[in-house]
Design a protein around this ligand. Sequence first.
Ligand SMILES: [Zn+2]
Length: 83
Amino acid sequence: MTKIQTLDEFKKIKNVEFGLIVVCNKTNTLHQSNCQTLKDEDFTKSEYYWFATISLAEKSFDVMVCDSCKPEQSIVFVATTVF
Ligand SMILES: [Zn+2]
């Protein structure tokens, strides 16, 4: 688990489109790093954590999956295309 400390880090992670971001405020929501609903201006309102895989994120937090980017579906898709 890596806490995203600065807005610069947050922007970089979104640009590389790798891994997952958990947004922690009232609920913990799991997103793909490039999710459209992750906004720079919201960065100070929540805590953001970066994870390489969904299983790592789920071990650390009780997460809800984002309706917009649907991280679980896309990870399966990526895995099947790689192998
Ligand atoms: Zn999302």
